[in-house]
Design a protein around this ligand. Structure first.
Ligand code: FAD
Ligand code: SF4
Length: 498
């Protein structure tokens, strides 16, 4: 018998590790590492999804005639070694893991490793594109990938006459968006789900227990893909940058968890979206906006991760050193409405949508000077779709500018007024005033926006994209007062009083 070792984020029979294998001569190894489950304070929905989806996949393979060794072991290496000792397989094969710790482990073992085909662009092809470029602009990569994949192309030209339709994706946020947004699909927890919750998870997890929002099987993932394309996609573009208090999902896809587990392949997701566009069911700004997220952003993130790691995870050019604040972890209540709404969504669903991750969490982390590594670790444990390969570049590059501009040309920071513009129901009832930078009711985002520029003049002052904010900063009459307020805000954030 041969063994195919399937990692927990490769749960698909149509990937390179299992495609074409004969169940009669193939045994499948899946290892649930107890050390990994104990290594962080995971959100219970995240840990549950991973283990339950692995167990469901094991059951699916058994039903298809495979012999499956689903093994609980201290570490992945222990699981592999115990499997080899028990079954003495003729040959073990695995698919290259998306994140580096797994890749390194395989390099140390007697395992044949096949290329990961869970992405449309392998990292070596990304490298070939990146070699010799000064700046790796996502938009350049994306346009090339549109041409190479043919998605939304009319001959040599982009469908709709332009590559990027973001100009049409700027609908102002209103409470109505929440009413118009379709409900997420929810499934009843089955026997495996319930048993996983009771018997497979360690103590010390946090967050609301699983409620059937996240797909633990491919069948459930396909149902969520259908719901997205039919109900949420038509207005995806219009609403993707909006934040509305109490509306956690809006028109977002809620598919990243299934994509990152392997339950869905990016190709089938893009195919479904393109088909809906060609059938006239969704406008070009929605289809293009979404396909850009998948063949552009998602694959770009994997490419830069593979290219820039391992040093990339340690980058911290702004010398940020605060710990993750209790307001984020839920260990203290917060009066910042935008943070409270985002943290509630994380507690309830192990999820916050992209703009909340970027404009609320990462913005405050950058402005307040939260250590990017600690911030990455907390997000990794808290988000349903987080894995090292995707979390590190999103936090270090896109979110916090810890990489000094290798990914983005300027930090993604803003004061409260911009959050107010992009949201509904946040700033009006908040005890802080988004327009104020000093005083007891000054918005912490607004104070810290100016303060982070002031504190990091040596690193950021030469960035020509920040010329205007620095010119304004130089004209502020209340800079001393602002500095004092910023010290107080950062202190209160760190101690859980904000
Ligand atoms: C600080 C920060 C941390 C993030 N951490 C993660 C993470 O751990 N895992 C993760 O999958 N995404 C991460 N993202 C990217 C993005 O926020 C999520 O992919 C998205 O919110 C997932 O929800 P959705 O499926 O409803 O997304 P939608 O916005 O409705 O759909 C877009 C789809 O495109 C893909 N996508 C879009 N942007 C990215 C991106 N930057 N990186 C990877 N995939 C992308 C996702 O698969 C997503 O399902 C992070 C973004 C930021 C700013
Ligand atoms: S005023 Fe500031 S803290 Fe309050 S919700 Fe608006 S941006 Fe957030």
């Amino acid at each position: 018998m041969h063994t195919v070792w399937v990692w927990g984020d490769q749960l698909n029979r149509d990937l390179a590790h299992l495609r074409g294998t004969d169940p009669a001569s193939t045994r499948v190894l899946l290892v649930v590492s107890t050390a990994k489950l104990a290594e962080r304070r995971w959100h219970v929905q995240k840990a549950h999804l991973l283990v339950s989806a692995m167990r469901h996949f094991a059951a699916e393979l058994e039903a298809a005639g495979y012999d499956v060794d689903l093994r609980r072991a201290e570490s992945m290496r222990d699981g592999y070694e115990a499997h080899v000792a028990e079954f003495a397989p003729e040959h073990v094969r695995s698919m290259e893991p998306a994140s580096l710790p797994g890749t390194r482990l395989l390099a140390d073992l007697d395992v044949e490793v096949v290329d990961n085909d869970h992405f449309l662009c392998h990292w070596r092809d990304f490298d070939a594109w990146a070699d010799g470029r000064k700046q790796l602009k996502m938009e350049d990569f994306y346009r090339l990938r549109r041409q190479q994949t043919g998605y939304l192309m009319e001959g040599e030209e982009p469908a709709g006459g332009r590559w990027n339709h973001d100009h049409a994706n700027r609908e102002p946020p209103t409470a109505e968006l929440a009413v118009l947004a379709p409900d997420p699909v929810s499934s009843t927890l089955d026997e495996i789900d319930r048993d996983t919750l009771e018997h497979w998870l360690p103590d010390g997890l946090y967050g609301a227990p699983p409620d059937g929002t996240w797909a633990t099987t491919r069948r459930k993932a396909l149902a969520r893909l259908r719901r997205f394309v039919e109900q949420a996609l038509p207005a995806f573009g219009d609403h993707q940058d909006a934040m509305v208090a109490g509306a956690w999902s809006l028109n977002h896809a809620l598919l990243s968890h299934a994509l990152n587990l392997g339950l869905l392949h990016p190709r089938e997701v893009c195919d479904a979206v393109e088909e809906a566009y060609l059938a006239g069911d969704v406008p070009i700004n929605a289809a293009e906006g979404f396909i850009r997220q998948i063949i552009g952003w998602r694959e770009y993130i994997w490419g830069v991760y593979r290219r820039w790691m391992p040093d990339y995870a340690d980058a911290n050019v702004l010398g940020a050193d605060l710990d993750v604040p209790p307001a984020f972890t839920g260990e203290a209540a917060t009066e910042m409405r935008c943070v409270e709404d985002t943290v509630t969504s994380i507690h309830d669903h192990a999820y916050a949508h992209h703009i909340q991750r970027l404009m609320v969490l990462a913005n405050l982390a950058t402005s307040a000077g939260i250590d990017p590594k600690a911030f990455t670790g907390w997000m990794h444990a808290s988000f349903i779709d987080a894995y090292e390969w995707v979390m590190v570049p999103n936090v270090v590059g896109m979110g916090t500018f810890a990489d000094g501009g290798r990914m983005s040309t300027k930090p993604y920071i803003s004061g409260g007024a911009y959050i107010d513009k992009m949201s509904d129901g946040y700033c009006k009832p908040c005890r802080f005033d988004p327009k104020k930078r000093v005083g007891d009711d000054a918005c912490p985002f607004t104070t810290l926006y100016w303060d982070v520029l002031d504190r990091n003049r040596a690193t950021l002052g030469g960035n020509h994209r920040l010329n205007r904010p620095y010119a304004t900063l130089d004209r502020l009459k209340d800079l001393e007062e602002l500095r004092e307020r910023a010290v107080e805000v950062r202190h209160r954030l760190a101690t859980g009083e904000l």
